[in-house]
Design a protein around this ligand. Structure first.
Ligand code: LLP
Length: 418
């Protein structure tokens, strides 16, 4: 659950009134609850404590420095997917030995940086990538640890854009090729094949897909053992679903109960990469009513946040709960809640029963902590919004609102136009 709740009619994050933050920082903005963040991390840690896994927060879900630092302080590692994420992870002092690196398209430069910084594992997604890593390791005279990301070819029963574990997807290496690679380890003297990695998709609410994938990978580990191939790590990825509306996802404990017996049997060190589960419900997006427009056919509540700030509703048809920051008796009517961007896809909700708010009234788009800010853009020359973190009865801006200078940084007129 989370720490956003009404008290005497006002929406609070922990012990801070959301409207008080809006007054100070303006709107729109993202707001994170430190307590919720830590609670969710602790839930996974506790559920899996018997095997003491390395829990690498998938920082693609939210790479705010305060968010990742809060989790690293709790003992989390980080799952990264780019050189930029690596730099941010190191910047906050993450132990490189607690960093794992996936991505189907690592550049030579990124590979070099990651090798030099001494990360724990590369999760390798193809044969050419393996060759590239081997070449770089050779050049740098290092022997580095690699896990093969296998594609177990299982359906994840989630949105097609966030399914990753079938052969229709670009991710991972099929089992046959993986086995061939592992048997030919002598061809790669600068690589230590240390593990297997799976990640079958995101926002998965049932346990069956996870179990199918884990069983498949364990079977595969057995065949490898017959070939005398011994590994050290099994990285089971992320993907645990959360409640946006009326989903009934498994709890961390349910998940642990179903997979622990299988994981224990492997005897391998387990790595996990949860993103959304930890941060999804720990963040909200706060925006302000500009106008209520009625075109005679439909009502539109126009707010100052847009699809450039939170793209999930339009990109995935994702449903986010939306709450007024002040409880109201105003009549609920059917409306679209939309932003100011020049696109019909610029909406947070469609045909939603929602109170007819007035200009200046605040709304909170809930469950926006994962894949919210990180997927925002400057479309329509809109500055990225601030990110704020609450702890107990205090809040701090952890990333400033972008101003005009930020928006034209690096741009210049060519000489022939000056
Ligand atoms: N590990 C790997 C290798 C991943 O690709 C991902 C997510 C995760 C872990 C974390 O998955 P999570 O626990 O957060 O489900 N933008 C989409 C979600 C994309 C997920 C990409 N990979 C959304 O807003 O729903």
């Amino acid at each position: 659950m989370h720490d956003f709740h009404y008290k005497k009619g006002d929406l609070y994050c922990e012990s801070v009134k959301v409207s008080a933050i809006a007054q100070k920082v303006g709107t729109p903005f993202y707001l994170y609850s430190y307590k919720t963040l830590v609670d969710h991390f602790t839930k996974i840690k506790t559920a899996f404590q018997k095997i003491n896994p390395l829990i690498c927060f998938a920082m693609k879900a939210n790479d705010n420095l305060a968010v990742i630092k809060a989790l690293v302080n709790q003992g989390a590692g980080l799952d990264i997917v780019s050189g930029g994420e690596l730099k941010k992870a190191l910047y906050i002092g993450t132990d490189p030995q607690m960093i794992v690196y996936a991505s189907v398209g690592k550049s030579d430069e990124e590979i070099k940086e990651a090798i030099l910084s001494g990360i724990l594992l590369f999760n390798v997604e193809s044969l050419p990538e393996l060759d590239a890593i081997h070449q770089m390791a050779k050049k740098l005279r290092k022997k580095i640890k690699v896990a093969l990301r296998i594609n177990p070819d299982v359906e994840a029963a989630t949105h097609q854009f966030i399914t990753t574990g079938t052969l229709k997807n670009k991710f991972g290496i099929d089992l046959q090729t993986s086995r061939k690679i592992l048997k030919s380890f002598q061809k790669y003297p600068h690589i230590k094949f240390s593990g297997l990695h799976i990640h079958i998709g995101s926002q998965i609410t049932s346990k069956a897909p996870f179990l199918n994938a884990i069983k498949k990978v364990i079977e595969f580990i057995h065949t490898l053992r017959q070939d005398n191939i011994e590994l050290e790590y099994l990285d089971i990825g992320g993907g645990l679903g959360i409640i946006y509306k009326d989903e009934t996802p498994q709890t961390a404990q349910d998940f642990a109960n179903s997979v622990l017996p299988y994981l224990k049997k492997t005897g391998l060190k387990i790595i996990m990469e949860p993103g959304r589960f930890i941060v999804g419900n720990a963040g909200i997006f706060v925006t302000k009513t500009l106008y209520l427009k009625d075109n005679g056919f439909k009502k539109f509540l126009i707010v100052d946040g847009g699809m450039n700030d939170l793209i999930r509703p339009t990109l995935y048809g994702a449903w986010h709960d939306i709450l007024p920051a002040k409880e109201t008796k105003a009549k609920k009517v059917k409306m679209d809640i939309v932003g100011p961007i020049c696109e019909s896809g610029d909406f947070f909700a469609k045909d939603r029963m929602f109170p007819q708010l007035n200009k200046g009234d605040l709304l909170a788009v809930m469950s926006a902590g994962a894949y919210g800010y990180v997927m925002s853009s400057n479309y329509n020359v809109r500055g990225r919004v601030p990110e704020v973190m609450v702890k107990d009865n205090k809040f701090e801006v952890t990333k400033k609102r972008e101003v005009f200078e930020d928006l034209i940084r690096g741009e210049s007129l060519p000489t022939f136009l000056k």
